[in-house]
Structures are given as C-alpha cells and as structure tokens.
Design a protein around this ligand. Sequence first.
Ligand code: ZN
Length: 483
Amino acid sequence: MSVKVRIPTPLRPIVGGDSEVAVEGATVSAVLDNIEARHAGFKARILDDQGQIRRFVNVFVNGEDIRYLNGIKTDLKDADTVSIVPAVAGGLERTYQEILFSLKKTQQEITPEAVKKRLDTGERTILVDVRESDEFRGGHLPEAIHIPRGFLEMRIEETVLDHGAPLVVYCAGGVRSLFAAETLTHMGYTNVASMSGGYGRWAQKGFPTQTPVVLSEKYRRRYSRHLSIPEVGEAGQIKLLKSKVLLIGAGGLGCPAAYYLAAAGVGTLGIVDFDVVDESNLQRQILHTTDRVGVSKIKSAMQTLEKFNPDITVIPFEERVTSGNIERIIKDFDIVVDGSDNFPTRYLINDACVKLKKPCVHGSVYRFEGQVTIFHPAGGGPCYRCLYKEPPPPEMAPSCADAGVLGVLPGIIGLLEAVETVKLILGIGVPLVGKVIAYDALAATFQEFRLRKDPTCEYCREGATFPGYIDYEYFCARPSAAS
Ligand SMILES: [Zn+2]
C-alpha cells in the first residue's frame, strides 16, 4: 500500500525539506511509523505521549478528517493522500498578510523597552536570535542564543530543554520572530514572546548590543564541523585557536595528541623533545617518517604539523626538561600534556605544574595497557605525588624501550589526552580530574578509578608552600623504601 503524505511547512525540515513523501502503510498509524523510521522525531510532532493526535494538528485522508473516520487506525488504500495540517492554518490557503495578521493576534509580543527592563532587573529571560548568521555577526543582544529560523525546530530542544522557560524571540524587524514564536508554541513551549521591531528597533534605541568575535571565511570552512556542534560553535573554535598547549615528548603519546590538537585548531603547540628519530619509533610515532630517521624529533614534528595545519604556531623546545628550565618552558602555556616516558621527568613535570597551577594531562602506556587522567590540584583534583609518593623500583617499571608497547596503544591513550585537553580548553563536559581511565587492549575494557587528593601531600595540600625541586634522577634510582 503506497500512499502520498503531504508535509506542512513546519515539519519539512525533519523530512529533508520535501513537501510530499511517498510511504508504505495500511493505516495512518503505520504510515506515521514508517516516516518516523526514516526521519526520527517526526511522529512526536503529530502524536502525543498517549499516541493521540496532538490538538493543534489535523490529519486528513483524501480530504476527510480522520477524527470522523477511524482515527489513526483509519485504513488506507493504494494512492490515498494523507494530509497533515497544523490547526492554525485551518487547512485553508491563506495569504502572507492574512497569516501575519492572525499571528499578531495569537502570538504574544513584547516591546524592546520591556525586554530591556527584564534584562536590567535580572528577570529570567532566554533571548533567541533567529536571524541568519551574517546578520547575527553584525551585532546581537547581549547573551542571545543564535539559532537561524531555518534550524529552529532542529536545534531549539538541544539548547532549551525546559518547555516552560521564558523565551523572547527576535529577528531584524519582528516578522520572522512571530513565525518563530508560533513554531515554538507548536513545539510545546508555553512562555514565548516575539520582540516587536526586532534588533533594528533595539539598536535604534541605543540599547546594549554585542558584536561576536568572528572567524574568517577560511577558518569557517576548515572548522565547519566544529561550528555545527552547539557546545563548540564559533566561540569555542576561537577559544581553541587562542589556546596554548605544551606537549612534553614527541614520542608515542605526544605524536597522536599533537596531530589531533593541530587538526582541532589549537593555535599554539609547544613541543619539548631532544631525541632523534629512530627506526624503532616509526611503529607508533606517527609524526615522523621513514626518510627522517636520524633527524631531530622536534624538526620532524614541526615539518609534519606545519604542513598539516599551516594556521597554527609550533614552538620548539629542543632540550631535556630539568628543574633549571622547566618553569621557563611551561609558564606561557595553558595546559601541559605529559607524554614523557620516565619517572624523573614525570615527577618534575608534576611539581612544576603544581607550582605554576597548570593542569597536567597525564597519559602512560605499558605493553597492552594505558592510563589517562588530569592532575589539576588548582581545579580540585590530586597531583601525581598524591597517588605515588615515590616511583616504583626500576625493575617494576621498565620503559617502552625495555618492555615494548603495542604500536596502536599510545594512539588511543594519546588521543584520550587530546580529547581531555580540548574539553579543558572549551570548558565543556566532565574533565578527567580525580579519576583515571585504565584501558586494557587485550581484555577490551575501559575501567574508571577514583583518585583522591592526599590531604597531607607536601606539594598540593591546602596552603602548602612549594617544597622546591629535588634531584629527580637520584629520587627515582634509589632503592625503594617499600621494596
Ligand atoms: Zn598532591
């Protein structure tokens, strides 16, 4: 049984813009299910939780209202036409002027003065700007959410979950916002007003506006997949471009982390390494290439990253980190990504990060296992020393060179470090502070462990004065007191 279903304008974005779709189904209900299977979210606009037709929608089969047939169980024959008509349109063709006239009667309007008063008195108000992106970039009301009219149905529920939230919708002159307000009302938002006169009248009154910092067209194209995520968007991409991340080590962890951070548009990447590329590195250190064996890792990493994303700045530190140089190296960076491969360096990085209050994204790998966490005492978490007062004896903690590592594994752990870094920069999600994720490749499991801050930690406890750097080589080489 193939029938034609006429889709009203407000629902067209859900079905890809079509005004009519051909669907199989022996009843109206089956037809709605089949559309839903292809276009999730469709059915909820027609039926309520109880499966009843929503009160503002009428459904017709060949011109008969199904309420007077058999409801959604109404049988269909081949080539029947099912029309979905939002009640407001009444099923009648109306001119734009008539629709506008009726909207002015049915939708609540609010003057710019009243909106200004609400903002001044701190009355809860969510401003939704429904203009196109180029209009929004020219200036908008303070703190307004931007959802172009064409995306309103698709995006509003991602941004405003509470259907009773006080929404004020505006456009340039107050017309598009009336249509938008009507749509929101249909979607179940109960407290919606359209600002009369729109942004034009607001700006004319000299009320406060904001001009967003904007990305160039080139950046908009390159990072377009970030721009379409509400949690990142243009403001988030600007944060990424302005951020400065230091990677300690251009090895197994540093390579994948640096590669993806460069791809994400982290504007400044510092890299610390003093080694040269060895043939045995190529099994996992993906910034380097076969023809660069014997070349310094820093030069090799810069060559790859600058070709990959010429917009970012790579700052090289071709030196071994020591207590003498570490503060100079990390002081200008926002976040430190620890990709080092030995305990003296890890303790040194920890101590310097605690002292300079930098979050340290920590990753480590051993054969088939890896761990990731963020040490960030200034952000409420523990530091490396809270966990491990002292390093294990050398025979219990061999390096990759001695123990071996599955080539793909540091890719996963390095990328988890990169994800946590990006989250910290954007200020989104739950950062991996006070928790460690342990990945076991052979068992294919991720486990999460809670890490506690040691209230007696000499380095990060409340009110601690920095005890100073120590002789890390000696500290890590001495026989362990515990063994
Ligand atoms: Zn600590």
